[in-house]
Design a protein around this ligand. Structure first.
Ligand SMILES: [Mn+2]
Length: 261
């Protein structure tokens, strides 16, 4: 029963979003606008994806996302249009918002056709259920960050953010970014790490055979609990040689590079 209760936190995934056929998973693009060469590179990569293949984005697609004001921001318009084109032509795209773009919600879903999973998603894949998350929830020893995360993701904050004029949202986003930049060097790196004990506990609680996430910007692919669960972290998209996790019907799912796939 506990497993069912834990699993119900995640939205249901339609057949097109299951990981049984061809699917690609990416994360941490941190797109900054049309002057960002990285954004152009992503758009080209997206265009080259085979039609009908599903795509999951595990958060921090944008360097920052303010909700409503960002939907009308011409800097991000090419990204929104490209995602719309993809979903219009039958390609499933799912997103789990990250700590930079946690305000991605209904407006984004309506404009792009991308399915938004605020808490993460539990999808069927090879060998059973795969839990798809951003990954910041596993940095449990960083108590200050977890406190901030709870506030920013609360219904109250979402309501507040939705009703702020665009300029105030911008000021707030800038403050959050610079506070985080100031705080990170002062923190003990060990406390900022993902806690694999937490990953394994969540895999057990949700019945997932694998947990797939990003956030750390450093790839890893390992077995936890003596082989009971697989834990995979992707490199940030466009950085490193393991920035895409690929599912193909004829081979084992694996980390690959976006420059070769
Ligand atoms: Mn992140």
């Amino acid at each position: 029963m506990k497993e069912a209760a834990e699993s119900s936190r995640y939205g249901s995934v339609p057949p097109a979003g299951q990981l049984s056929g061809s699917a690609r998973v990416i994360c941490d693009l941190h797109l900054k606008g049309s002057a960002d060469p990285h954004q152009g590179r992503f758009l080209k990569w997206l265009e080259g994806l085979p039609t009908g293949e599903s795509l999951w984005i595990l958060g921090d697609l944008f360097e920052y996302w303010l909700g409503g004001p960002s939907l009308g921001d011409c800097e991000f318009a090419p990204v929104l249009k490209a995602l719309r084109r993809r979903t219009d032509t039958g390609g499933f795209v799912g997103i789990v918002p990250g700590n930079r773009d946690f305000l991605i919600g209904e407006g984004f879903e309506a404009q792009t056709g991308v399915c938004v999973y605020p808490e993460g998603a539990l999808s069927q894949g090879p060998g059973g259920a795969w839990l798809l998350l951003h990954g910041d929830e596993f940095c449990t020893l960083d108590h200050g960050y977890q406190r901030l995360r709870r506030v920013l993701r609360s219904g109250f904050f979402r309501f507040w953010a939705k009703h702020q004029p665009a300029f105030l949202s911008r000021v707030m986003a800038r403050r959050l970014r610079s506070a985080s930049k100031r705080a990170v060097p002062a923190k003990d790196p060990a406390r900022m790490e993902m806690q694999t004990g937490e990953v394994f506990a969540l895999a057990q609680a949700t019945g997932a055979r694998a947990v797939l996430c990003g956030h750390a910007h450093v790839a890893r692919d390992e077995m936890l609990g003596g082989g009971a669960a697989r834990f995979i972290v992707l490199d940030a998209f466009g950085h490193g040689s393991a920035d895409v996790f690929e599912f193909q019907p004829d081979r084992d799912p694996a980390l690959v590079s976006s420059s070769t796939c």
